[in-house]
Write a protein that binds this ligand. Structure first.
Ligand SMILES: Nc1ncnc2c1ncn2[C@@H]1O[C@H](COP(=O)(O)OP(=O)(O)OP(=O)(O)O)[C@@H](O)[C@H]1O
Length: 275
């Protein structure tokens, strides 16, 4: 939809109602390839409530991305049930129930940062005034005020990833799907973005699904950690974090943090041995 065709502002899409935001029961996905079937997900049972921060951790190829793509309605499960905001994942995708952040920032190089954040708003037909307001507000949320007129290549990797998060937040979906968004960044930048993401989650109350390979990142960010094992991708442990929601970085030195990290590591090891 062009921005000149509508002055109306679409309904917000953040309301998920009282039920779980994501509900998966016996979820299965088998890819049929030339080399035979690939069992990417099997017997996945998981409910994720409004405002949770859930990380998915597991060895390469255990189905983390596939699960996120199922929630996003980008893959069709071959068995079991899945609902997102109480509807099918496909209906939730069409209702723009989520923002998606990928490992690579994926910004269009020919658009400014403003222009990149505007893109989903243009597609969704927000009014010009609303587009301006939302771009301004989301730039502020990710601490990029003053960078809207820059092009992606003029920003550091960490700033580009913040812009990509702003783009996913701009239409105020209640659910944010993040697939290793900080995997390519150095540790210092990653630490800072982890702190910022936690603060942003605290301010917005969104439901977060976050894929990572890093145990400290999963433990630092999450209210729950889903440990997955490979061949086929199953959930081998779900760990409730005892950490408070307010988490300074040095919480990583605390006993509770080290204990949760230890349990994640044990879960990963047990999953690998069982596979
Ligand atoms: N479109 C596809 N067609 C066939 N096989 C696929 C497809 N997408 C994923 N797979 C396979 O499904 C399995 C799960 O892949 P997935 O990308 O979900 O794993 P992952 O846990 O996210 O891995 P990584 O941590 O390396 O990103 C892998 O064996 C992968 O090769």
């Amino acid at each position: 939809m062009s921005d000149t065709t509508s002055d109306a502002t679409p309904e917000p899409v953040s309301g998920a109602g009282a039920g779980p935001v994501v509900s998966a029961a016996n979820l299965e996905l088998t890819f049929h390839t030339n080399d035979g079937p690939v069992h990417a997900l099997k017997d996945v049972d998981l409910e994720i409530g409004q405002g949770e921060f859930v990380s998915f951790i597991g060895p390469s190829g255990c189905g983390k991305t596939t699960f996120l793509r199922c929630v996003a309605g980008l893959e069709t499960p071959t068995g079991g049930r899945l609902s997102v905001n109480g509807m099918s994942a496909d209906a939730a995708r069409r209702a723009r129930a989520y923002g998606y952040v990928f490992q690579a920032a994926g910004l269009y190089p020919w658009r400014t940062i403003d222009g990149n954040i505007r893109l989903p708003l243009e597609i969704m037909g927000f009014s010009e005034e609303e587009k301006r307001r939302r771009v301004r507000d989301t730039l502020a949320l990710v601490d990029l005020e003053g960078f809207g007129t820059k092009y992606p290549w003029q920003l550091s990797g960490g700033m580009q990833q913040r812009a990509s998060i702003a783009r996913a937040l701009s239409f105020d979906a209640g659910l944010l799907l993040m697939d290793e968004p900080f995997g390519a960044l150095d540790e210092i930048v990653r630490d800072r973005l982890n702190e910022e993401l936690l603060a942003l989650w605290g301010r917005t109350g969104k439901t977060m699904l976050f894929v990572t390979h890093s145990i400290p990142e999963a433990v630092y960010l999450s209210t729950r950690i889903v440990v997955m094992s490979p061949r086929p991708g199953r959930i081998s442990d779900v760990i409730e974090s005892p950490l408070p929601r307010e988490r300074p970085l040095d919480i990583r030195d605390s006993r509770e943090f080290i204990d949760v990290a230890h349990r994640v590591r044990e879960g990963l090891r047990a999953g690998m041995e069982a596979a």
